[in-house]
Design a protein around this ligand. Structure first.
Ligand SMILES: *[C@@H]1O[C@H](CO)[C@@H](O)[C@H](O)[C@H]1NC(C)=O
Ligand SMILES: *[C@@H]1O[C@H](CO)[C@@H](O)[C@H](O)[C@H]1NC(C)=O
Length: 243
């Protein structure tokens, strides 16, 4: 009986690699959801497909392939995984928010312009959608930014140390929310293991963000502007421990 169960679960995990393409937006991925999010695709020409390699309640492995051209200053998409559970907690009630993200480019064209980044949304109401009228802040953490791309707004601080890495912080408005972008000042970080609470504490102390803000969503993915690439996430996880 035990052997049979093992055999069935091996079959299930073998058949679990699934690819979404075009405007098919999202796919269940264990404790996460894998999304294509072609929000800026109209500004360019190209295509993208994203593949779920494996997903459990704790962690997820996925990849995305894209080809994008035209309007090199405009983001085309944000292929990402979003945690189904790490949300709805006020910043002041976060004890820790451990995350780990191991990623690499399997292939990339010369002249690629793309970031690899977290996108974390907060707002005043206890439940609200990311990127909505209920959003106050969009907190990005750029583990990579290739081709001279820049975040929203302007650089407000450089060389700050948060969570064991050095960052330049950018800030500016977008629609009805403020964007705070931590950009790695030490090059690409392909093996990221931190407590996101260090970033939350930093923006509460230094950027006037209220500790009453609720986390609406924690996403991790890539924003291509132009280029051709296959970006692989071999393992990603995030959780929130409440105080
Ligand atoms: C993604 O691109 C890689 C080559 O970089 C290729 O091996 C793989 O088959 C592609 N995957 C999909 C789903 O198109
Ligand atoms: C993936 O991440 C999870 C959660 O951090 C960890 O428990 C697991 O060992 C990792 N898996 C691999 C293959 O590294």
């Amino acid at each position: 009986m035990f052997v049979q169960i093992v055999a069935i679960s091996a079959l299930l995990s073998l058949s679990s690699a699934q690819t979404i393409s075009g405007s098919t937006d999202c796919l269940p991925a264990g404790g996460y959801t894998l999304c294509q999010n072609l929000w800026g695709a109209k500004s360019g020409v190209g295509s993208q497909s994203s593949t779920l390699i494996s997903g459990s309640s704790a962690s997820v492995s996925w990849s995305t392939n894209y080809t994008w051209a035209n309007n090199p200053n405009s983001v085309k998409s944000y292929a990402n995984v979003v945690s189904n559970t790490a949300k709805g907690v006020q910043l002041k009630n976060v004890l820790s928010a451990p995350t780990s993200w191991a990623w690499n480019y399997q292939s990339q064209s010369s002249g690629i312009r793309a970031d690899v980044a977290y996108d974390i949304w907060t707002g005043v109401p206890s439940s609200g959608n990311p990127a909505s009228s209920a959003s106050s802040y969009e907190i990005m953490i750029w583990l990579s930014g290739l081709g001279g791309i820049q975040p929203v707004g302007s650089q407000v601080t450089s060389g700050i140390s948060v969570a064991g890495h050095t960052w330049n912080l950018w800030r500016g408005p977008n629609q009805n929310w403020q964007v705070l972008s931590f950009v790695s000042a030490g090059g690409e970080i392909k093996n990221f293991n931190v407590d996101l609470n260090d970033f939350f504490k930093y923006i509460i102390t230094n950027q006037g963000v209220s500790s009453s803000q609720y986390i609406q969503s924690i996403q991790a993915g890539t924003e291509p502007f132009v280029g051709v690439a296959n970006l692989m996430t071999s393992n990603y996880s995030v959780t929130i421990q409440k105080a």
